[in-house]
Design a protein around this ligand. Structure first.
Ligand code: ADP
Length: 400
């Protein structure tokens, strides 16, 4: 079954056409600068052909139209007609407490996603525009919403309620939601499959380290804690986001520096993390290059990043009463031997020990733990789109 996966962001639409039965990618692409006159369309199809062209995509409807037109195009297309698209899976960032799993998109579901705009004002609106545009283009095709937050709905109350007046949770829905759920779920399933073990018997810590970072404790296949929370500015330091900082720092900025909300937001979301620490870049590659040249601040930045990750591993091993597998994923997790090494060093007491030769791997599914280690440390490339396609398949195969 061919499933179209759509991830519509604030100014971009990413897509993949996936054959869900054999898990093969048929074609993929991206429209950047939706809503501008100088949009960019990138389209990749077999065997490794790539088209990149300028165009003018005014809105999500013309974006989705271009995607479908391209997929069926006689010259570069990969399907004969749009009837071959049997379902569409949409990434939706915030499902609030309303969706603990993926759902068939109905008018009712759309209303609930609209209600959750207040929880994700930057993400849910473009997600909804993508859904509505796809429905107009493919009115008879079932659509499924796959939420970044769903996987974390199994986190127990003691881990998701913040120690502030309870009314904030009860009346305002202020609680830990967690994000990157599709990725944490995908890599934990993949890790268990790779080691030929049942998820039911495993305690896994998944480290999604990309521009955005989050770490999750996955016990018996279920998320039991995660480092992102009510929003996406806590837990790990990230490319430009601070992660966990003492709230007094915010009070200092407000009271002593008289900064306005937007200015503080700018600092903690855009000027902190690896960028703020290193003064070089938000991109770990550039920071690593400088560190290798002997730049001390770059080195310190990587140390701080790795130190936070190490603390989460300790905390989550304590939460689960042990750990069987550590999974590194996303841009940094999949590609940075330096960061993986720093995070895992001096963790033998927990049974974590990596093999430096195996650790040179980039972007490949591999066990990098040393043979005498108790814990399997794996690099698992994430594939959120495939996970969305699989979730979509699970739902539409039941309604047929
Ligand atoms: P996003 O959260 O935007 O999806 P990615 O998962 O693509 O991000 O991760 C992007 C980050 O991965 C980059 O900012 C970069 O820091 C890091 N990265 C990619 N390749 C490497 C590499 N070879 N070595 C170190 N870091 C890398």
């Amino acid at each position: 079954m061919k499933i179209l996966v759509i991830n519509s962001g604030s100014s971009s639409i990413k897509f993949q056409l996936v054959n869900v039965e054999n898990e093969k990618l048929i074609a993929k692409g991206l429209i950047e600068r939706v809503g501008f006159k100088d949009s960019i369309f990138t389209y990749q199809f077999p065997p490794n052909l790539k088209i990149k062209k300028g165009c003018s995509i005014d809105d999500y409807k013309s974006g989705i139209h271009l995607i479908i037109e391209t997929l069926v195009n006689v010259k570069d297309g990969v399907i004969k007609n749009m009837n071959e698209i049997k379902a569409v899976g949409h990434r939706v960032v915030h499902g609030g407490e309303d969706f603990a799993s993926s759902v068939l998109i109905t008018d009712e579901v759309i209303k609930v996603v609209e209600k959750n705009i207040e929880l994700a004002p930057l993400h849910n609106p473009p997600n909804l525009l993508g859904i509505k545009a796809a429905k107009e283009e493919l009115p008879d095709v079932p659509m499924v919403g796959v939420f970044d937050t769903s996987f974390h709905q199994t986190i127990p109350e003691k881990a998701f309620i913040y120690p502030i007046p309870y009314e904030y949770y009860k009346n305002k829905r202020i609680r830990r939601f967690g994000f990157h759920g599709t990725s944490h779920q995908y890599v934990s399933i993949k890790a268990a499959e790779f080691l030929k073990r049942s998820l039911e018997e495993l305690k896994i810590i998944t480290l999604h380290l990309g521009n955005g970072c989050s770490i999750s404790a996955v016990n018996k296949g279920k998320s039991v804690d995660t480092s992102l929370g009510y929003g996406t500015m806590c837990g790990m330091p990230m490319g430009t986001r601070a992660g966990d900082i003492d709230p007094n720092i915010i009070l200092y900025m407000m009271e002593k520096e008289k900064l306005k909300t937007n200015e503080i937001k700018q600092i903690i979301y855009k000027k902190s993390g690896m960028l703020g620490l290193s003064g070089i870049s938000s991109d770990m590659r550039e920071v690593e290059d400088e560190a290798l040249k002997g730049n001390e601040r770059a080195n310190l930045s990587i140390d701080i990043f790795s130190y936070y990750a190490k603390k989460f591993i300790g905390a989550y091993a304590a939460v689960m009463g042990g750990v069987d597998i550590i999974v590194f994923t996303a841009g940094i997790g999949e590609n940075s031997p330096i960061v993986r090494k720093k995070i895992c060093e001096n963790m033998e007491f927990l049974g974590i020990k990596i093999d430096e030769n195996k650790n040179v791997v980039k972007g490949e599914l591999k066990n990098i733990s040393s043979i005498d280690a108790k814990v399997s440390v794996l690099v698992v490339p994430t594939n959120e789109e495939l996970m969305i396609a699989k979730e979509t398949y699970k739902i539409v195969s039941v309604i047929k």
